[in-house]
Write a protein that binds this ligand. Structure first.
Ligand code: C5P
Length: 270
């Protein structure tokens, strides 16, 4: 886009300034997992993610305010750029980001499963003994992660560490809101045959110091979605998200100077 100042490119999203108090976020088709941006975009991925996030922002809006402004994205760019951003952009409030990732887990997967195997706990939350891979937890748990600088892995931290970073009151409120958002979303998804195994929320503070839900919400990049009818405790479920990319990357070694990796055709076909 040439009509707005570019503030920065994330791994998947590009952010442009709209005046002093708003941003245009464009969700690109880039595919990223861990700290790697893959060499090949997925056509229309950005549109699908943006629609998923907008769906959930609306559905969950009664729980916590979100960053959407309602300003139509095509009205803030030059007319010849409207097609380029169609369906993949939102105009949002500029917020002060809170530097923790608010992860909620209803099932044991990913780093939750790894941490549980190593210590019987995830982010300091002690869990019952004998749980298996992909097992449903007795209650959803809040397992924050520290947002890392670009190129570093995020690190799971305890609630107390999160409270040290952002203040106890804010951390408690984020925990309560995140669990409420997860519960309501997973109840809804269950009516559609989908298990939301886990997900990540991000919050910011507005000028009045109010917590606002931001970034992406319950997309296939920020969540694990399992088909209820393909789910077996103890097995890696088929996952309607980017888990296959993480699984493949974990079998690879790469370094930052190497060209971006491309998924082999047989992995894509799965
Ligand atoms: O990898 P891990 O098991 O810690 O991820 C837990 C959940 O948080 C997953 O749904 C994942 O998609 C999400 N997550 C994320 N961004 C990160 C880390 C985790 O969206 N940087």
């Amino acid at each position: 886009l040439h009509s707005l100042p570019l503030l920065g490119r994330g791994k998947v999203r590009d952010n442009y300034a709209v005046g002093d108090d708003k941003l245009l976020i464009v969700t690109t088709d880039r595919l990223s997992a861990f700290d790697v941006i893959m060499g090949e975009p997925i056509p229309d991925k950005g549109r699908v993610l943006n629609q998923m996030a907008n769906f959930w922002f609306e559905k969950l809006g009664h729980i916590v305010p979100n960053h959407l402004t309602g300003v139509a994205p095509e009205t803030v760019v030059a007319p010849d750029e409207a097609a380029q951003i169609a369906g993949r952009a939102v105009v949002v409030k500029r917020l002060k980001p809170i530097l923790i990732e608010a992860v909620v887990r209803g099932y044991l997967a990913g780093s939750g499963w790894k941490d549980y195997q190593a210590s019987g706990a995830v982010c300091g939350v002690k869990l019952p003994a004998g749980l298996r891979n992909a097992e449903k937890l007795p209650e959803p748990i809040f397992t924050p992660a520290a947002k890392a600088e670009f190129g570093e892995h995020d690190e799971n931290i305890s609630f107390d560490e999160a409270a040290e970073r952002v203040g106890k009151e804010v951390a408690e409120r984020i925990r309560a809101l995140s669990i409420q958002l997860y519960r309501e979303a997973s109840d809804y998804a269950a009516t559609r045959g989908i298990i939301i195994a886990d997900t990540k929320f991000e919050f910011g503070l507005d000028d009045d110091g109010e917590l606002v839900l931001m970034d992406e919400v319950l997309t296939a990049d920020s969540s694990r979605f399992w088909p209820a009818d393909g789910y077996r405790v103890g097995e890696n479920p088929p996952s309607f998200d980017k888990q296959f990319v993480r699984d493949w990357l974990e079998t690879q070694t790469w370094n930052k100077t190497a060209p971006a990796p491309r998924l082999p055709d047989d992995v894509v076909a799965r």
